[in-house]
Design a protein around this ligand. Structure first.
Ligand code: HEM
Length: 112
């Protein structure tokens, strides 16, 4: 997730730059691979969830990660097609997914 944060910062700077299109698509691909790996992990917070609810909690986490992955793919398509303004807007919405994901599934108090 640290790598994800770094890649996101780079992307935010360059997403509208047509000359960096290939680089942006590659960064989005790396983030997607990271999200797929993260999906297989179990959030630490699961330990605080009572047993009968735990599986549901983990399933909800994985669904949210799928949503996040789909959003990354959609942005990659926009960049590839040269729809940079739409890509920029969608990148902003990624923040909302991130915040929602952390609020619901992360026990860390630090806001990313
Ligand atoms: C651009 C999007 C995101 C960024 C930049 C990001 C970044 C981070 C960072 C820097 C951390 C703390 C360090 C670490 O544990 O590796 C973290 C933790 C965490 N994030 Fe994200 N995150 C993103 C999206 C998401 C989404 C969509 C979810 C949920 C579906 C999520 C769930 C978590 C969880 C559960 C933790 C705590 C780790 C644990 O409990 O084992 N994150 N994230």
């Amino acid at each position: 997730m640290e790598a994800m944060a770094k890649n996101l910062r780079v992307l935010r700077r360059q997403i509208s730059d047509p000359a960096l299109r290939e680089s942006s698509v590659a960064l989005l691909g790396t983030m997607e691979a990271n999200a797929l790996k993260a999906k297989e992990l179990v959030p630490e917070k699961s330990r605080d969830v009572p047993e009968p609810e735990r599986d549901k909690f983990i399933a909800a986490y994985r669904t949210k990660m799928d949503e996040f992955t789909a959003a990354l793919r959609a942005i990659a398509v926009q960049v590839r097609e040269g729809r940079f303004e739409a890509a920029k807007e969608a990148l902003g919405k990624l923040q909302t997914l991130k915040r929602a994901g952390h609020e619901q599934f992360s026990s860390e108090s630090e806001e990313e």
